[in-house]
Design a protein. Sequence first.
Length: 247
Amino acid sequence: MTETAPGTTDASRRVRREIVSFVRRSNRMRPPQRRAWQQYRDGLVIDVPRLDTSTSVHPDSAVDLDREFGRQAPLIVEIGPGTGESLVPMARARPECNILAFEVYPPAIARLLGALVTQQVPNVRIVAADAVSGLTHLLPERSLDELWTFFPDPWPKSRHFKRRLVQPAFVDLVASRLKYRARWRLATDWAGYAEAIRTLLDDHPGLVAQHDHEWAARWEGRPLTRFEQRGLAAGRAVFDLTYRRVS
Ligand SMILES: C[S@@+](CC[C@H](N)C(=O)[O-])C[C@H]1O[C@@H](n2cnc3c(N)ncnc32)[C@H](O)[C@@H]1O
């Protein structure tokens, strides 16, 4: 499948590969992480062909999710689960759903794999790639029942705003992948990013806010993670947003 994000040109694809929403960190793993990666990746990490970097997805890639999950079921995608501190309990609470996670940091994926296996959570598969490439090249339009984006890297300095994941082209991409009525749930502890996201999503003709107030109530389905606790301890408020795809 070779789908292209709406409005994507060769030039913008080049830019997208260079400006990514994550820091390219060392992939070195500690011995327990390496063991978890080696023991558990088969069957849980979906291999994809790469284009130019280890986090890219080749435009000619295809993935058969029914085969990867061993069944047909509603599809939830999470972008950036980190070690899975919230993903693992959320997946366990939804055995009826297939959950596909895009994460770029292999040491975190190794810990996620260990947690999935020891806690016997069978309904998660992982693609070790940039979610922008993954959504663009692996998932067809109108294929997601829900998307989770919790605590995306905030890039708080204005000279780094261009690195934020939630940008106009990304919102178009997400809107194109959500099924009609599907939800996009987000949370961030950076007020400026929360406001920028809300403006972008409010202005998108294919998305409608699910909250009457400025922000959504904290989603009770989202476990409190150490990451969120650190933000709260530093005096930052947490902002939840929930939107639905409309036609
Ligand atoms: C700030 S952490 C939040 C982790 C987790 N969601 C939580 O709430 O604890 C952001 C995560 O997103 C991942 N990430 C950032 N940009 C990404 C992208 N474009 N595709 C996939 N993962 C990404 C990072 O590697 C990191 O694990």
